[in-house]
Design a protein around this ligand. Structure first.
Ligand code: CP
Length: 292
């Protein structure tokens, strides 16, 4: 039994196995996993929730759903009592999305597998798997040039997990943002100060949404200044090489992190990322259930 809460305790060899599994997945020939999984999404989600649900069905896993707002958590139940209850009812895996950053509390519970579907600004490992599998499939990786994340890095769990995964795999990570949205720890990151620097030095970029729900004093946030400095436009894309690609985990706020024209560019490969959503969640279940 494994957790997939972040990549801290996942060996590089296992990460490579998971990514290979995503890329080679034959959805018609999946070995069934006889189990119950609980999806507990306490924050909104389209892609992650649906793909975990569909991936479970493909694997023959029975899915039940709940959320804090309709559970006994509302009456003050502790996390340990909740997890013990899940275990007693035969739930063997929990996929959870939460605004909290309390991964460690789940890591200590070893009787069911816990998969992060997004924890606060700390972890979204299966999105990182989607992104790395997409770049691998399209042959867009080089050890020499970074994958650069642009935008609200400080509040982004996609960035946290992407940085962790890429670094563990030996790839470089770049960042481009303003001071207030940079992560506090800049160790081993290539920090860029303009779109020109990003384009000149990166093979791909991943745009990030401004995480309005996690920014204190969002009323005071200067969106016009943000757009002026960090919005991706067609003019910027015109200066990129033919094989340069742009990723986005979605949901996209067109008109903020990307303009309407750039969002229609062939270099913007979000649809390739979408194709990886179910394979990445199938492989995530297989990993936590010891099937890869
Ligand atoms: N990328 C992502 O996590 O999308 P959802 O919020 O729709 O799950």
């Amino acid at each position: 039994m494994n957790h997939l809460l972040d990549f801290q305790n996942v060996e590089k060899e296992n990460l490579e196995k998971i990514i290979n599994s995503i890329l080679k997945l034959n959805i018609q020939k999946l070995k069934k996993i006889d189990s119950f999984t609980l999806l507990q999404f306490n924050e909104s989600s389209t892609r992650t929730r649906l793909s975990f649900s569909i991936a479970a069905q493909k694997l023959g896993i029975n899915v039940v759903e709940s959320q804090d707002s309709i559970s006994a958590k509302e009456k003050g139940e502790s996390l340990i009592h909740e997890l013990e209850t899940f275990k007693s009812m035969g739930i063997e895996a929990l996929v959870i999305r939460t605004k909290e950053n309390n991964l460690e509390e789940y890591k200590n519970f070893n009787e069911i597998s816990v998969i992060s579907g997004g924890f606060g600004n700390t972890s979204h490992p299966t999105q990182a798997l989607v992104d790395v599998a997409t770049l691998t499939k399209l042959n867009k990786f080089s050890y020499e040039v970074p994958v650069t994340y642009v935008g609200d890095l400080k509040h982004s769990r996609v960035f946290s997990s992407g940085r962790e995964l890429l670094t563990k795999l030996g790839f470089k990570v770049g960042v481009f943002s303003n001071e207030e949205l940079l992560p506090s720890n800049l160790d081993n990151l290539c920090v860029f100060n303009s779109w020109e620097e990003v384009v000149e030095n990166s093979g791909s970029v991943e745009l990030l949404r401004v995480q309005k729900e996690r920014i204190e004093n969002i009323e005071g946030f200067d969106f016009n200044n943000y757009k002026k400095n960090f919005q991706l436009t067609n003019e910027i894309l015109e200066n990129t090489s033919d094989d340069f690609v742009v990723l986005h985990p979605m949901p996209i706020n067109i008109g903020i992190e990307i303009d309407d024209n750039a969002a229609k560019s062939k270099k913007f490969i979000y649809q390739e990322q979408l194709k990886m959503a179910i394979p990445a969640r199938v492989a995530s279940y297989q990993y936590v259930f010891g099937a890869i």
